[in-house]
Structure formats: structure tokens, C-alpha cells
Design a protein around this ligand. Sequence first.
Ligand SMILES: O=CN(O)CCNC(=O)c1cccc(Cl)c1Cl
Ligand code: NI
Length: 183
Amino acid sequence: MITMKDIIRDGHPTLRKVAEEVTIPPTEEDRAVLKSMLEFIINSQDEEIAKKYDLRPGIGLAAPQINISKRMIALHLEDEKGKLHSYTLFNPKIVSHSVEKTYLPNGEGCLSVDEVIPGIVPRYARVTVKAFDIDGNELKLRLKGLPSIAMQHEIDHLNGIMFYDHINKDDPFKPVENAFPLE
Ligand SMILES: O=CN(O)CCNC(=O)c1cccc(Cl)c1Cl
Ligand code: NI
């Protein structure tokens, strides 16, 4: 099982690389790694397991965070309507997005960043994503709200981008044009 010791931290070069596309159909090994990434996220949200293994909670994980520079991500979160969004994806790609932007009022965090970095992280309010599922089938997702924000945070990891790269360095809480707080 993945634990915090497997997660690389800011400064590790892999976090700033553009990850390689996964060959489709995926190998058994790629499938096993992706499943273990989802398992970690679910474990990190389980009070007992997280306490037992000292896991920091997360709603997503990208393969570069476990030093695997491949385009694989896992997400496991509920949206504002209580709908579960649980995804294990290969080669996710944003194919279209809203002009409107949104951001989490309390900012974002990252398992690969040990310190809290406050500030507005502008994200597209809505995204359409094409990807391949755990079996190599192509799928299309239309997301808004927290699922949309988390998807963008994870796809950024595949392109060597960290959430704080989006924060205004001069004024972290400066209003962003056409961006509205979530909730
Ligand atoms: O890349 C994934 N992580 O670093 C896992 C830890 N961060 C989070 O769960 C998290 C927290 C707040 C906002 C967003 Cl969008 C995310 Cl994703
Ligand atoms: Ni992250």
C-alpha cells in the first residue's frame, strides 16, 4: 500500500517534469499502480486507517507524486450534491472549458507541499475531460465544482505544475477577473 513515505515533496525534479503518456491498453502493472493510487486516497479519508498509517487526507493523487512520471490520476470525492466522483484515469486531457473561473475560498493544499501556501488558485469553473479508464476504454467527463477543481489540480501535476504556481505572488488574495468563490 502507498503511504506518505512514497510521496515525493516539492524540490524533487519529477514534480516539475511533463509526464509520459501511458500506452493504451494499459499493462497489468500500470493498472495495479493506478488502483493503488485510488486505494491510497480512500485510505487517507478513512479516520482509522489514516491514523494507523499517519496518512494526510487527500481527494486526488497523480502518479508523479509517487515518482512515476506517467499520465495517471486518481480522484475520490463528493460534490456539493453529495454525489461520489471516484475516478482512475489514464491520459486525462481537458478538451474544453468555461471562460468563467472559480476557486476554493480556503485555497488548495498538496501532499507534495509540506507547508500551507495561502492564496486564490484560479481554476476553470467547468471542464470537459477525455481520458481512458482502468480497462483502457475511452471516456468523456463534464465536471464542475470541486470535481472540476480537483481534476485540474491533478492534471497540473502531469504537466509539472504545482497549485501555488497559480497564486498571485504580489497579492495572493487579489481578486481574479471572472473568478468566483466556490459555494
Ligand atoms: O494532488 C493531490 N494532492 O496533492 C492531494 C492533497 N491535496 C488535496 O487533496 C486537495 C486539497 C485542496 C484542494 C484540492 Cl484541488 C486538492 Cl487536490
Ligand atoms: Ni497535489
